[in-house]
Design a protein around this ligand. Structure first.
Ligand code: TGC
Ligand code: FAD
Length: 392
């Protein structure tokens, strides 16, 4: 793979809106990605393997629980810092960002928000340092966009619960030490349970043959009469709103992360267009390639503004779920379109692993589907503006 010469586009001087702390956090994550992710990621993606050795570094840049308070081992940062970290990591690879998103927003967040004090003390510091890795089980083979239909269930039995069912498409599942699993009780009410590796009847087979997110480990969660101690239920919230509120946090991170992938594709295409000579001049001097590059930068700039404003609203506690949906949908769609255009700027070279673009493009096919599909986010906006839920 080519050396990482990435320079971030900032056409509207958005750095002026960031604090010194934001810039420090962002720059630390950027240098770490250049040093530890870029040189190895293509090889791991080609081999369809998660690079375990980066876990420690992810913890050190604050990617595990950026906004979780320091008393629980988190980085105690604000929402824009969280977004910037996700942007920088996804600039390297969406699969690596997935690992960080799941650990932070889908495992640490529910334990912090809905867990007991004992659960917080037991799990959060170890998750923040990367000593423990976590995963989040909501999707099932027959319930993806409609998680409310889930059939995974548990019933009380003395001092423990008995859990049965299966989850599918679970990021980090093959190596997770703890799974936050959403299941229905005997009354059909959704609860979160902490399922730990080693519990009898719990297995996590890996999902193979993915053309996308190849450097991220995906798997199933299978529960065959698993005995869960009663203290492993999340006591703070029940109902579908509990897992969906975790998705708000992860979707916010993805709205920023997708900008990273788009910036990397744009920067690669711009550099290539200036160097590649055809018909005795750089292809960057042709109107058709300039149209592609100018439109890419325009879309990136719009997405940056949207993400920044959403970060401010979220920090103020004012961002709605529907606003987060709009940003996730728009920014991932923007990134996937830019990846496709950027690939063409590189001609044949664009399909090789010498450059990051094709890997980003394939990764984004997962990002546009998980955490709510492109269609579902449109329907969430439709519901918000009309009051009619067309997904039902
Ligand atoms: P609905 O009846 O609308 O809502 C049920 C309850 O939930 C509340 N609610 C929310 N609460 C917090 N945040 C949100 N975003 C919320 N959306 C809804 C709602 O107020 C209600 O509360 P209550 O108290 O009245 O009961 O639910 P529905 O079943 O009709 O479904 C709505 C729909 C379709 C929008 C929702 O199910 C949905 O978002 N579906 C998409 C599923 C999804 O995103 N799955 C993601 C799985 S995790 C994943 O993909 C991780 S990938 C990670 C990585 O690798 O990076
Ligand atoms: P379906 O829900 O079957 O949708 C199929 C198609 O139908 C889509 O185009 C969808 O938009 C459309 N559709 C569905 N309902 C409607 C409707 N009402 N109106 C119009 N169109 C509709 N899940 C987890 O719980 N944890 C994870 O860590 C996790 N990681 C993932 C990692 C990867 C790599 C992938 C690919 C997925 C992951 N997921 C995870 C699952 C992901 O959230 C689901 O794939 C996603 O929610 C869509 O569900 P589905 O694949 O079952 O598609």
């Amino acid at each position: 793979m080519k050396p990482d010469l990435f320079e971030a586009p900032d056409y509207y001087n958005l750095d002026d809106l960031l604090t010194e702390e934001h810039k420090l956090v962002r720059d630390a994550a950027r240098s770490w990605v250049k040093r530890e992710v870029s040189p190895i990621i293509e090889e791991y993606a080609q081999r369809a393997e998660f690079p375990n050795q980066i876990i420690k570094g992810l913890a050190e840049i604050g990617a595990f629980g950026p906004y979780i308070p320091e008393t629980y081992g988190g980085a105690g940062l604000d929402q824009i810092s969280y977004g910037l970290i996700m942007q920088e990591i996804e600039r390297g690879d969406s699969g690596v960002r997935s690992t960080a998103s799941v650990q932070s927003s889908l495992v640490m967040y529910p334990i912090w928000k809905y867990g007991s004090e004992e659960q917080k003390k037991k799990f959060l510091p170890k998750l923040a340092s990367g000593e423990f890795m976590g995963c989040f089980g909501l999707t099932e083979p027959d319930h993806g966009s409609n998680p409310g239909g889930m059939t995974t269930n548990f019933k009380a039995n003395g001092d423990h619960y008995i859990l049965n069912g299966a989850k599918m498409w679970i990021s980090n599942a093959p190596f997770a030490d703890v799974a936050v699993v959403w299941a229905k009780n005997e009354e059909g009410r959704v609860h979160g349970l902490l399922v730990e590796r080693g519990m009898e009847g719990f297995s996590t087979p890996e999902t193979h043959n993915k053309w996308s997110l190849r450097a991220s480990a995906t798997g199933e969660l299978i529960f065959d009469n698993v005995k869960i101690p009663k203290e492993n239920i999340l006591p703070g919230k029940s109902g579908l709103g509990a897992p969906l509120s975790c998705l708000d946090s992860a979707r916010f991170g993805i709205a920023w992360g997708a900008i990273g992938a788009a910036m990397d594709c744009y920067d690669t295409a711009l550099r290539y267009a200036k160097e590649r000579i055809q018909f005795d001049k750089p292809i960057a001097a042709t109107q058709l390639q300039q149209k592609k590059l100018a439109e890419m930068l325009t879309e990136i700039t719009k997405a940056q503004l949207m993400a920044w404003r959403l970060g401010v609203l979220r920090e103020e506690g004012k961002a709605t779920s529907a606003q987060i949906s709009m940003a996730k949908r728009n920014n991932v769609d923007m990134a996937i379109k830019i990846a496709r255009e950027a690939r063409q700027v590189l001609g044949g070279m664009g399909i090789t692993g010498e450059y990051s673009i094709m890997r980003h493009m394939m990764n984004l096919e997962s990002v546009i589907t998980y955490e709510g599909t492109h269609d579902i986010h449109l329907l969430i906006t439709g519901y918000d503006i009309t009051g009619h839920a067309a997904f039902k």
